[in-house]
Ligand binder design. Sequence first.
Ligand SMILES: [Zn+2]
Length: 294
Amino acid sequence: MTAPAPRITVGETSIIYLADGYGVHNPDTMMPGVDWAAHPGVLEDGQLVLTFGSFLIRAAGHNVLVDLGLGDMDVNIPGFAHVKGGRLLESLAAEGLSADDIDTVVYTHLHLDHIGWTSDVAPVPNASETKSATGLTFARARHLMAEAEWRYWTGEGAAEMGGPDAQATIKPLEGVVEFIRSGETIAPGVTVEDTSGHTPGHLGVVVQDPSGAGSGAVFIAGDIFHAPVEIDDPTCVFASDVDAEKARVVRESLMRRPDTVIAAGHFNNAVFGRVTAVGGTHTWTPIGHTPAAG
Ligand SMILES: [Zn+2]
């Protein structure tokens, strides 16, 4: 019996974390310069564990997926990480839904751990060649992202490590992808917000009660955060930030946002939580139960 998926509600809207897998990362490669001894409890056996998955938003009859996990793979990248995915569709089935029930896919950004289930081919990092995809996993869904994100990864970022695979991800989305702008509504009570920095078209997804009742919101943060150490020490730089300074400014402003639950999909053991300011420091306070990676 697996534990129920972590979830939170805003009015009648539910936000559910769908696990796909996890990665065990070399912390000094991912976040160079951090004094890990000053942050006890962040590492597990000296490694930085990040979860991979998707957030399902069920709002007024709509089923929206925010990001598509890593995909079906189990790969060791020497000196860097061991990453394993493959559970997303099972996690979706546990909510009583199949791929065809998803009407909207929205990408916070196109790093490979956020796009893995785009097509029927999971692009293995560092593989010399990828098979061509034959179709989209969520074939009935609109596929949304910021135009700057698509332009970057199909242009100057195309050769950069960690981006979307041309055969498995970009090609099946060509002619399908729809661009959305900051402030646009994608489902009742669900809007996107420009949070570029980590990548050039990075979006946050804001979920509010569609009835307009209550001021609270859930902010699905994509890769604004990777691990709670970035809340303890906002000067931390993550290796894959395209613009680290801009990413830091976005991160700090999100920590000051009032009445907001943050959904941080990479936080092992606690994807939902609030940031509280105590004196001059910020603390991550998890909400609810999230099963450990594995
Ligand atoms: Zn990520």
